[in-house]
Design a protein around this ligand. Structure first.
Ligand SMILES: *Cc1c(COP(=O)(O)O)cnc(C)c1O
Length: 400
């Protein structure tokens, strides 16, 4: 079958809830992927940062296969001999006392919201039903009803009502707006440390620190959605570490599964996590032995290969070199570590640029029409990055 045949199958039998770039991937390794014709591409999306460790990292694949040969799924009705190691490793990696495993990022966010609502009643003393959670304009927290109830993106929200109540949305990057929105019923403030889907929007310096201070002053939980920014992507293990603004709850996903399986979790200290008691939350697949084994390997790779340092170093180089490219349509280059974006002028359609990049051998996807996010696997080396930059330069310099 040719690429066009695979695309036709998707079109005929799938729901049309995505508009993918017309390219079919049938093989992947490290920072590269190939289509069925054998044409090779740099992967500069990394499955929205779920492939930080690179495609099919040998250590992660070995963990997957070894565990698949022993035991894969038990449910939480019984203990298994892998989940405990995973929770311990995740707590050590993040510096928190407890972890609660789920599967997708959206579920991690749901879990964080549920923890905060319960904590609000049981610890803070808010009347059940009155809990309020402050979130930010242009957020992306996933596709569940609670997550889209926080969203102001019409694509995510239109005709999905009634929406989950209890959310108060304020402009992103503005701590004063948060301060004004706080009431005695506020139980949590939820933000992404950098807004990925919004187009790699980096808030002003000090924003997270101010949120931390507001939370301390008003007895409110700070929830950081690090599903996309976490696990070394921005040059630190977690993006909040750039400001030392430690959240009460971190929502984690994507790269926790090492590019192999959906694995997500929240981490928090006992003072918060204790609100969950038997029967009050759960997931059939969360913490399963296969995911647990994969996640331990995924964390070890981040650590062993110091991918935070690589992201920091190569991210600087990437932004420096991108900024030198001569293209009148580019407004700005922004990002942290290896989570970066090129913003074109308003109204510019970046779709055709992504097609040209594809033809030149690099896969990236535009967001909001005029922004292209560049987020390669963090195992990329300097030579590969410079080769990729040469492709980007050749395409950008032809934009009229
Ligand atoms: C991707 C993402 C999610 C949702 O994760 P899924 O695994 O797609 O459910 C939530 N928050 C952020 C910041 C994300 O980037």
């Amino acid at each position: 079958m040719k690429s066009s045949d695979y695309i036709a199958l998707d079109e005929q039998y799938g729901a049309h809830n995505y508009h993918p770039l017309p390219v079919v991937i049938s093989w992947a390794s490290g920072v590269k992927v190939k289509d069925p014709d054998g044409k090779e591409y740099f992967d500069f999306l990394s499955a929205y940062s779920a492939v930080n460790q690179g495609h099919r990292h040998p250590k992660i694949i070995k963990a997957l296969i070894d565990q698949a040969n022993v035991c894969t799924l038990t449910s939480r009705a019984f203990h298994n001999d892998r989940m405990g190691y995973f929770l311990k490793k995740l707590c050590e990696f993040t510096g928190y006392e407890n972890a609660l495993p789920m599967n997708t990022g959206a579920e991690a966010v749901e879990t964080g919201l549920k923890a905060a609502r319960r904590w609000g009643v049981e610890v803070k003393g808010v009347k059940n039903g009155n809990q309020e959670i402050i979130c930010a304009d242009d957020n992306f927290h996933g596709r569940t009803l609670a997550a889209i109830s926080m969203s102001n993106d019409p694509d995510s929200t239109v005709n999905y009502g009634p929406y989950v109540p209890g959310f108060v949305r304020v402009p992103y990057g503005n701590a004063d707006a948060i301060a004004k929105a706080i009431t005695p019923n506020t139980v949590a403030i939820l933000v992404e440390p950098i807004q990925g889907e919004a187009g790699v929007v980096v808030p002003p310096a000090g924003y997270l620190k101010k949120i931390r201070e507001l939370c301390d002053k008003n007895k409110i939980l700070f929830i950081a959605d690090e599903v996309q920014t976490g696990f070394c992507r921005t040059g630190k293990r977690f993006a909040w570490q750039h400001e030392g603004a430690r959240p009460d709850i971190m929502c984690l996903g994507k790269a926790l599964g090492g590019g192999v399986l959906p694995v997500s979790a929240i981490v928090a200290d006992h003072a918060v996590m204790k609100v969950f008691t038997p029967g009050t939350h759960g997931s059939t697949f969360g913490g399963n032995p296969l995911s647990s084994a994969v996640a331990v390997a995924a964390l070890e790779v981040l650590e062993d290969e110091k991918l935070d340092q690589n992201a920091e170093k190569l991210g600087k180089l990437f932004r420096e070199e991108l900024s030198k490219i001569k293209c009148a349509k580019i407004v700005t280059v922004r990002g942290m570590g290896l989570l970066n974006a090129v913003v074109f002028e308003k109204g510019f359609e970046a779709w055709n640029v992504c097609l040209a990049l594809r033809d030149a051998g690099l896969l990236a996807k535009q967001t909001h029409g005029n922004i292209i996010r560049f987020a390669p696997p963090l195992v990329i080396n300097e030579k590969e990055l410079r080769d990729a930059l040469a492709i980007i330069k050749s395409v950008f310099e032809k934009i009229a």
